[in-house]
Design a protein around this ligand. Sequence first.
Ligand SMILES: [Zn+2]
Length: 315
Amino acid sequence: MKSTSVFVLVVVALVALAPAAWAQGKLNVITTTEDLAAIAREVGGDRVTVESLARGYQDPHFVEAKPSFILKLQRADLLIVVGRELEVGWLPPLIQQSRNAKVQAGADGYLDASAHARILEIPQGQITRAMGDVHPSGNPHYWLDPENGKIVARDIAAKLAQFRPGDKAYFDQRGADFSNRLTDAMKRWTAAMAPYKGTKVVTYHRSYPNFADRFGLDVVGYVEPRPGIPPSPGHTLDLVAEMKRQQIKVILMEPYFDTKTPNSIASQTGAKVVVLPPSVGGEKTITDYIKLFDYDINLIVTAFTAAGAKPGGER
Ligand SMILES: [Zn+2]
C-alpha cells in the first residue's frame, strides 16, 4: 500500500514537471526500440528529444513493462513503433494506461514505422497456433535492412513536419543527409560481404531475414523449432543433421537468448556461435544506426574467415 502511494506521488510530481519540457518547443518523441530512436535523432536533430522504451539488448517481443514507461508515454508528443505485432505483447496496455490521447493507435501522434518498409515473410493462407508465434502481417525485424532505414527516416521526417511545419526543410534536409550517408556506407558493407555471398547460416530466431536478403546470406534453419517456441530435442537433432549435411559453419544468435542449445549444436557440428546484436544499444559501442551495421558486418566477416565458411554462390 505504502509503495503504491509513493508511486502515485512520483507520477503526480513528474506530470506536473512535464510542461517545462514543452515550453522549450522540442517535440517529445518516444520510440519502442533504440533503432527507431537512433533514426528519429538523425532526422529530428535539436528540434526533438528522443527516448526509447526498450533497450537494444532486450528481446523486443518481450519487454518488461515498467511504471516509468507509462510516464514517458504520458508526456510524449509522438510515439514511434516498429509495428507488425512486434510490441503486441507489452505495449498496448501501456499506451492505454498513459491516457495520452495523442499517442493512441491511429491518433496523429502514433507512427507505425513499418507502413512503407519492405516486409518479408508475410504469411499466405490461414494461420494456426501450431505455426508458433507467427506474425500475421509479416516479419517485424525489417529495420535490419538499411534501405528500410531510409524509408523509416522519410516517414519520420514527414511526421515531424506535420507537427512543426516551420521546420519541414530542416527535417527533410537531415533525412536526406542520413539517407546519403547510408548509401555511402552500403558500398563498404556490400564490398565486405561480397566474398561470402550465398553463405549458408543458421539463426536462432527469425530476426535476420531482411539482413540476409540485403547482404546475400542464405538462412537454412533456425534453433527455434517455430518462431517464439524454445528449442526442442527433436528439432535440435534434425537441425544438427541438416547442418552436418550442408556443412553450416556459423550460427547467428541474438544476445538475449540462452546460449546452451546453440553451443551444444556448435560442439556437435563444428560450427561457430556468433552473437549478432540486432539493435542499436545491443553492445555498448553500437550508439547509432550506421554503427549497428558496421559492427554486425565486421563480426560476420571475422567469423566467416575464422570458420573457413565457403560461399554457396558466385561472387
Ligand atoms: Zn521476431
